[in-house]
Design a protein around this ligand. Structure first.
Ligand SMILES: Nc1nc2c(ncn2[C@@H]2O[C@H](COP(=O)(O)OP(=O)(O)OP(=O)(O)O)[C@@H](O)[C@H]2O)c(=O)[nH]1
Ligand SMILES: [Mg+2]
Length: 270
């Protein structure tokens, strides 16, 4: 059989479940997922490899009207995803209103290739609500395939994987077949630490924090990681550290546990 390969790029407004879907399609917890909106900040490739196919999935930040420089950078990641897609996945969630997603719709309609609209989180609604949503999004995207999905509970995920492989063009692999992502371990470690920032701190802290892994030393009995948590204001520094360093220590412990459990963080060091 001829080899198939191509880019399947996932876009949508914040918090609809794009990263959850990427992980579900890969069968790996590759990217971080969080109930807070704007969790994903970069375009991240997740590569699904088979003997005769390679699906290059791309997760992107949720689409919004950029208000500050970091969001502008996040939106350029989305624009990039619209350029190289063989198949575009537009992810919406049950109950989402098209009139509140105008910016996303404008971008999605710019793409002229094969489009799949996924109505995610159908586990949260009634059959009537699901049927109404499918009809609504089909009207918005008359040419697209519109499918109900629960990325979290795996409903229609296997069917989607099969559909994507079938609809990819004939093409040689873009990446070596043993690669799971275009990102290295340092990136995934910084993301796992940022996930703990998202989980432990409130309000604007998660949005203004960046994590940079400076060094990684794989000694015989221990892996030493040195990372900086960068905040925008002096006052935020105190919040991150907490009383007597308690908050930072708690976050550090959680991050260490997450990193030691993550097969991606351990195996993709390049
Ligand atoms: N009930 C339900 N919740 C879901 C489903 N898929 C994702 N979620 C939840 O929705 C929240 C957001 O999921 P993410 O995968 O981080 O969403 P995202 O679109 O990547 O968000 P951003 O990166 O912020 O744009 C998380 O709390 C997920 O657990 C689903 O099928 N059903
Ligand atoms: Mg995400």
């Amino acid at each position: 059989m001829a080899h198939k390969a191509g880019y399947v790029n996932i876009i949508g407004v914040p918090n609809t479940g794009k990263s959850t879907l990427l992980n579900a399609l890969l069968g790996e917890q590759l990217v971080i997922v969080n109930p807070k909106a704007q969790t994903t900040r970069h375009r991240i490739l997740g590569i699904l490899n088979g003997d005769d196919y390679q699906v290059v999935l791309s997760d992107t930040p949720g689409i919004l009207d950029p208000q500050y420089p970091m969001q502008e950078r996040m939106m350029s990641a989305v624009n990039e995803a619209l350029i190289d897609a063989d198949i575009l996945i537009v992810m919406v969630e049950l109950g989402q209103r098209p009139e509140r997603s105008e910016h996303m719709l404008k971008l999605a309609h710019r793409f002229k290739g094969a489009t799949v609209v996924l109505v995610n989180k159908v586990d949260t609604g009634t059959e009537d609500a699901i049927l109404a949503a499918l009809e609504l999004w089909q009207t918005q995207f008359p040419e697209a395939k519109v499918v109900p999905l629960s990325a979290l509970h795996g409903l229609n995920v296997a069917e989607l994987r099969t559909y994507l492989i079938e609809h990819l063009p004939e093409h040689p692999a873009y990446f070596p077949k043993d690669e799971l992502s275009d990102r290295n371990m340092r990136f995934f470690i910084s993301e796992l630490i940022r996930e703990k920032v998202l989980a432990n701190y409130k309000q604007e802290i998660p949005y203004s924090t960046q994590v940079v892994v400076n060094s990684y030393e794989d000694a015989p009995d221990i892996v030493r990681i040195q990372a900086d948590v960068i905040v925008m204001r002096e006052s935020q520094k105190g919040i991150i550290i907490g009383q007597g360093g308690d908050a930072l220590r708690r976050m550090g412990t959680q991050a260490r546990i997450a990193i030691s459990k993550s097969s991606t963080a351990r195996s993709s060091w390049t």
